[in-house]
Design a binder for this molecule. Structure first.
Ligand code: ZN
Ligand code: ZN
Length: 338
């Protein structure tokens, strides 16, 4: 029987175990993908630490998958072996629950999440529902595409649904794995792009990525700085600091929106400041497979790229620790050598 490598977690806070498993067969409605690259996302800590509701062990994390379809299950007509594809956080949808019937596939009640409710891409092969799969454009290598499957789609899709129009001021809070992509997307979308991060040293990078304005939140009050420029039509908060999120809220323009994609349990919001100016605070779910395709094609056309640190799948422990250290510049990607 053919076998493969998989990096699994067997219990909450357990270490990664590189195990040999049989290469899985694709069931009805699924495809098998030969994994070439898989990004490591901070959300993978929900597997490692066992904090994701209802998670079952052992589990192979990984929801920034890029590779090639090598087998398809019964009933799959839209995908063929040999196609280059990716899979992100959204793990497919059923098509018949109430949210699906309303066209809100992202909110499908089956709640499938790649690498959390089924095994993900820290492996040589992954089985994914056909509805979770996105085409990769030729111009992007697997390693370039992988981080776009979560960090990319989440920021791209939030920005294009932010209500801001070309020319509007849009601020990106944070300049890490998500933020360094968000600044590029915002600039390429034609927004007046304002980057907010801690420390003067990040300014050259922010400008290089396409920001017109840089605000050092250590030295300046970011909300006041935004207001002197007329306020931001949208602020995309990519950080995981509730204080940092609350600190920018006052910088929204009239009818502006603070979009949250950094998952923190709570933050301070002043209803009064929202009411005076009809402003909003909104969470943003990453998106479905077609949103991933849009992200990939936009990136291929406009030159948006993730800056990556690459590790072999065999070095998954070092790679994960590097991501958790917060020092990676900027996304950590595993490659299988396939
Ligand atoms: Zn993610
Ligand atoms: Zn559904």
């Amino acid at each position: 029987m053919a076998t493969m490598r998989a990096a699994q977690v067997s219990k909450p806070n357990g270490d990664f175990e590189l195990v040999e498993r049989p290469v899985p067969e694709p069931g009805a409605g699924t495809v098998r993908i030969k994994v070439q690259a898989c990004g490591i996302c901070h959300s993978d800590s929900a597997v490692r630490e066992g904090t994701f509701p209802g998670i079952e062990f052992p589990r192979v994390p990984g929801h920034e998958v890029a590779g090639v379809i090598d087998a398809v299950g019964s009933g799959v007509s839209q995908w063929k072996p040999g196609q280059r594809v990716g899979v992100g956080w959204h793990g497919g949808y059923c098509g018949h629950c109430d949210p699906c019937r309303r066209g809100r596939f992202f909110a499908c009640q089956t709640g499938q999440v790649t690498g959390l409710t089924f095994d993900g891409g820290y492996a040589d092969y992954v089985i994914a529902p056909a509805s979770a799969v996105a085409r990769l454009p030729e111009e992007l290598s697997a390693e370039e595409a992988a981080p776009l499957m979560c960090a990319g789609i989440t920021t791209f899709n939030a920005l294009r649904n932010s209500g801001a129009r070309p020319g509007d001021a849009v601020a990106i809070l944070g300049l890490g794995g998500l933020g360094h992509l968000a600044v590029q997307f915002a600039a390429k979308m034609g927004f007046h792009t304002i980057a907010i991060a801690r420390g003067k040293d990040k300014e050259p990078l922010a400008k290089q990525l396409g920001a017109s304005v840089y605000i050092d939140s250590r030295a300046q009050d970011p909300a006041a700085e935004l207001l002197t420029r007329g306020g931001a039509k949208a602020i995309l908060a990519t950080v995981t600091s509730a204080e940092a999120m609350s600190a920018v809220l006052g910088g929204l323009a009239v009818e502006g929106t603070l979009l949250l994609i950094g998952a923190v349990p709570s933050m301070q919001v002043s209803p009064l400041s929202l009411i005076m100016g009809s402003k909003s605070v909104k969470g943003w779910y990453s998106g479905t497979s077609i949103d991933s395709e849009d992200t990939l094609v936009f990136s291929a056309r406009t030159g948006v790229r993730s800056m990556n640190e690459t590790y072999s799948l065999d070095d998954v422990r070092d790679a994960y620790d590097r991501m958790m250290s917060g020092n990676a510049r900027f996304r950590v990607v595993l490659t299988t050598g396939q």
